[in-house]
Design a protein around this ligand. Structure first.
Ligand code: SAH
Length: 489
């Protein structure tokens, strides 16, 4: 068991309260009256943690209010620092008095400042239990989920890394992740969930910068050049893409930089420059230039090859993705005849895997680069029965329904915000026999499943998958069947 020092706990669970209903309001923005500017009051309180929030924070009661404390575990007693300013109430862990048996020393030295991972202080069993319970609670109206599919080695899994560059107060080049809720860079050499090779490359780039005139970008002054570095690794192919996100198209000393980087890392297969001169928090800008290589990497997933460009979405944990897709295809129950719609299709991964067992597949995706990749990918794999369309999935489905078209199976994999009513109501019109809903956010998945189950569908299976170990995120795939269809079995 681990006894940790107070100074480790840097993070905090900022909460706001709406006096009217006494409920927590975590949304930023205007408050329902009152003066948030009041005097700050700090109190140290001894508390007992009663459970976990959906973000893996410890739940405590304080002066009749429910607060969430990062890094606190159920059953633990602890000293927390509660700061109150107007209606803002913030609780921070100071010292664990009675630790949980499931508490472990987080292997990452940056864990308490970074916030990118939220569960490293829990052992694997506790993480698994938390995720299982989260999905179970959200899916309660629909049925009991299967045991979550976990990962054997739950580290080093991310095939994509993102590092922000800047300078410290001594004007030394630093690179790392932003500290939680801030734009303050935590200098970092190794992130334990990144592919180790990606971190090695970033260290080399830091080194090159230190010995060149190239300056990291300064968000406050708008001066400097290098903003971020993205590294994408093909876990099976070994191909590596490096994207330098820069503030201006004028790359002074480009040749020397490229030469030094390639010399140190001959394994880099392509290098790109992406110009982002906007003041937004978007990482990638619109202008992209290939500095060497083909501008994309290829990787193998479920026996097929996929070409991935800088801006396209590709699942960040391919080992677990194979398990997830395997389940999704199993739930689709394809026999070789079906018309399948793969909505939110990205670079066509699910479409092309499904195409081997379907009559035809129609993929729809908003991102132009991803659609281009999907078309290229179908050619690369000799797939002749898949078509890809660029556009909003909801609009596309509305048009399909208006034309009176039918689909046997809809596989959907929307972003965290979930789907929308245009999309869901079109499903009801298209009357597919089965809907396979893949989701990286079971909360919005449950919301959308409520609509579908109220409109003719029945849930036949729910499978959680741990795609993001050490973080509170959990993936879930659900099988929904049209009720008449279910009755005919
Ligand atoms: N199924 C793919 C991608 C899933 S991620 C895979 O497993 O790799 C979700 C995808 O939805 C992203 O590619 C994103 O660009 C796309 N997307 C987001 N909003 C969309 C919308 N309104 N219509 C269609 N696609 C959308």
């Amino acid at each position: 068991m681990n006894k940790r020092k107070n100074k480790g706990y840097k993070d905090s669970g900022k909460k706001r309260f709406d006096k009217k209903n006494g409920k927590q309001n975590t949304k930023p923005g205007k408050q329902a009256g009152g003066n948030p500017k009041g005097k700050q009051k700090n109190v140290t309180a001894k508390v007992t943690c009663s459970g976990l929030s959906k973000e893996g924070k410890g739940i405590i009661q304080w002066e009749g209010k429910q607060l969430e404390v990062p890094h606190l575990m159920p059953g633990e007693t602890a000293e927390v620092l509660v700061s109150k300013k107007g209606r803002y109430v913030n609780a921070e862990l100071k010292r664990v008095i009675k630790p949980s048996e499931d508490r472990v020393t987080p292997p990452c030295q940056y864990y308490f400042q970074c916030g990118g991972c939220q569960l490293q202080h829990m052992n694997e069993q506790a993480q698994t239990r938390f995720k299982q319970e989260t999905v179970k609670a959200l899916m309660k109206p629909f049925g009991k989920p299967e045991p979550i599919l976990t990962m054997d080695h739950p580290y080093d899994y991310r095939n994509k890394s993102h590092t922000t560059f800047g300078m410290n107060q001594h004007r030394q080049v630093i690179g790392g992740l932003y500290a939680q809720h801030t734009h303050q860079i935590i200098p970092m050499e190794r992130c334990l969930i990144h592919d180790p090779k990606a971190d090695e490359i970033v260290e080399t780039i830091k080194d090159i910068l230190k010995h060149s005139k190239m300056q990291p970008y300064n968000e406050d002054t708008g001066q400097g050049f290098l903003r971020h570095v993205l590294v994408k690794v093909g876990k099976v192919s070994g191909e590596i893409m490096v994207v330098l996100v820069v503030a201006s198209p004028v790359f002074k000393g480009k040749n020397n930089f490229v030469k030094a980087l390639r010399k140190a890392h001959p394994e880099i297969t392509t290098l790109l420059m992406n110009v982002n001169n906007r003041g937004t928090s978007m990482v990638l800008g619109d202008q992209e230039k290939v500095l060497f290589g083909k501008g994309t990497i290829t990787d193998t997933l479920c026996g097929l090859e996929f070409e991935i460009s800088a801006k396209s979405f590709y699942q960040i944990n391919p080992a677990q993705t194979e398990k997830l897709y395997g389940k999704a295809i199993e739930m689709a129950e394809l026999t070789g005849k079906e018309t399948v719609v793969d909505a939110y299709s990205g670079i066509g991964t699910i479409s092309l895997i499904a195409s081997r067992k379907a009559g035809k597949v129609i993929g729809v995706e908003l991102n132009k680069d991803a659609v281009r990749d999907a078309i290229r990918n179908s050619k690369r794999n000799g797939v002749k029965n898949a078509r890809f369309y660029q556009g909003d999935a909801g609009e596309f489905m509305v048009q399909m329904a208006a034309r009176g078209e039918k689909a046997d199976v809809v596989i959907m994999d929307p972003p965290r915000s979930g789907s929308d009513e245009a999309f869901l109501s079109s499903i009801v019109k298209l009357e597919p026999k089965r809907v396979v809903y893949v989701s990286c956010n079971p909360e919005t998945q449950a919301r959308d499943m409520k609509y579908l189950t109220a409109n003719g569908y029945k849930v036949e299976g729910i499978q959680p998958v741990d795609m993001f170990p050490q973080t509170h995120h959990v993936e879930s795939v659900a099988k929904l069947v049209r009720k008449e269809e279910a009755g005919n079995r």
